[in-house]
Design a protein around this ligand. Structure first.
Ligand code: PLP
Length: 407
């Protein structure tokens, strides 16, 4: 426990308060993390972060997902640097755009075409626009509590957003076929699409694998009403499968939304669609000044190349199992009822009977003081850069943290 005193952090926060609303905004604000969590970082490498006071941390957030292969993965950095030398944002797209679209279409089973954007919110928004253009209808069904980005229609805190912008969203309970059917009945003949995450990865609550029958029902209901099925793979993509995350259960969406992992941290997102919805995609005018930039596309190609050579999903699954098993044994030994949910490679860790998350916060803070960055209420992420030794080091720390909060 030898964290440096937070001298730079304190001064950065004071300066930020003057020039950045609330000192920081959005999901990377530490306002809802335990006091003591660093807001600012100066460096990253592999699975490690260094905060602005130079403290080294093993990072289990992976930039909230993008870090799939390790920060500064050499193959990705080399591809990005080579493309940077040739051109990035130009008057027209680079040939690398066609290469990348072809590779994604070859990789993702349901996809016949790709449109590139910048953030996950762009891709989920574009998906519902395609669904509406395809059907000529309005209503989009989404699960209660699910997060699909911070666009007008989806932001969880709709300050400044007219109610009208969200009027066409209808909620169902994730994994609950009856509530899904009710939602479909409610929208009647204005049913445009179902937008659904590949598993329930809501913040602050136990996560849940998708019920296979529920996923199939999503497909059947969309088909029966000529509506569009959209899988939001922005968060879970490429950690569950080297394909759309529902490929393994035999459910193919019409559209999938991607972001985060695609280029290991380089800014790019995408929505991928099948032939059925291609005319709708062709009917739309959507664009962005940076959507055609070539460097992130080159980086994205490099990610796919690495995934061809290394089984990234098996790696993160193996390490996630090591972490989950170790934590379960420790929690049991120290007398804590730990809820470990979600896929092992994207662990959600909550304590039972901890509605205000006091125990969870205290445990995570004890881990942070010892060099492990965990999140007390959001699912975490493993990367190809984490090793068995990192997990073992983490488990030494979590053991000490359990002992400390037990005292
Ligand atoms: C499931 C899901 N969809 C969409 C988004 C929005 O992505 P972005 O923050 O890149 O706009 C997120 C971001 O966390 C997400 O988890």
């Amino acid at each position: 426990m030898n964290r440096a005193t937070n001298s730079r952090e304190v001064s950065l926060r004071e300066r930020a308060k003057r020039v950045i609303p609330a000192g920081m905004y959005g999901h990377q604000s530490v306002a809802r993390l335990p006091e003591g969590y660093p807001q600012f970082f100066e460096r990253s490498e592999g699975c490690r972060l260094w905060d602005s006071d130079g403290n080294e941390l093993i990072d289990y957030m992976c930039a909230y997902g993008p870090n799939l292969l390790g920060y500064h993965h050499p193959a990705v950095e080399a591809a990005a640097a080579a493309q940077q030398g040739k051109g990035d944002a130009m008057t027209g797209p680079s040939d690398v755009m066609v290469d990348y679209a072809e590779r994604l279409v070859d990789t993702i089973g349901h996809a016949d075409w790709a449109v590139f954007t910048k953030n996950g919110s762009d891709s989920t928004s574009a998906c519902i626009q395609v669904a509406r253009a395809h059907t000529g209808k309005h209503k989009i069904l989404i699960a209660e509590g699910s997060y699909h980005g911070a666009s007008f229609w989806s932001t969880p805190r709709p300050s400044g957003v007219p109610d009208d912008d969200r009027r066409h969203l209808v909620r169902f309970q994730y994994n609950n076929i009856e509530s899904l059917e009710q939602a479909v009945a409610e929208v009647a003949d204005d049913f445009s699409g179902i937008l659904v995450t590949p598993y329930r990865h809501d913040a602050m609550v136990d996560n849940a694998a998708v019920d296979v029958a529920f996923a199939h029902r999503c497909r059947e209901l969309a088909d029966r009403h000529d509506a569009v099925l959209i899988v939001d793979d922005v968060r879970a993509g490429f950690r569950m499968a080297r394909d759309c995350s529902w490929a393994g259960i035999g459910v193919e969406p019409d559209l999938s939304a991607w972001g985060k992992v695609l280029a290991n941290g380089y800014p790019i997102s995408a929505h991928l669609g099948n032939e059925r919805v291609r005319p709708a995609a062709e009917s739309m005018f959507i664009t962005g000044s940076y959507w055609f930039a070539a460097v992130p596309m080159a980086a994205g190609l490099a990610v796919l190349n690495v995934m061809d050579e290394v089984d990234v999903v098996a790696h993160v699954e193996g390490l996630g199992t090591q972490l989950r098993d170790g934590l379960a044994e420790q929690a049991n030994r120290h007398g804590f009822d730990l809820h470990q949910t979600g896929p092992v490679q994207m662990p959600q860790i909550l304590f039972a009977d901890d509605p205000e998350r006091k125990t969870g916060d205290a445990w995570c803070l004890e881990c942070l003081k010892r060099g492990i960055y965990l999140h007390p209420w959001h699912n975490m992420f493993l990367s190809l850069a984490h090793t068995e030794a990192d997990i073992a080091q983490t488990l030494d720390v979590t053991d000490a943290a359990f002992a400390s909060i037990r005292r």
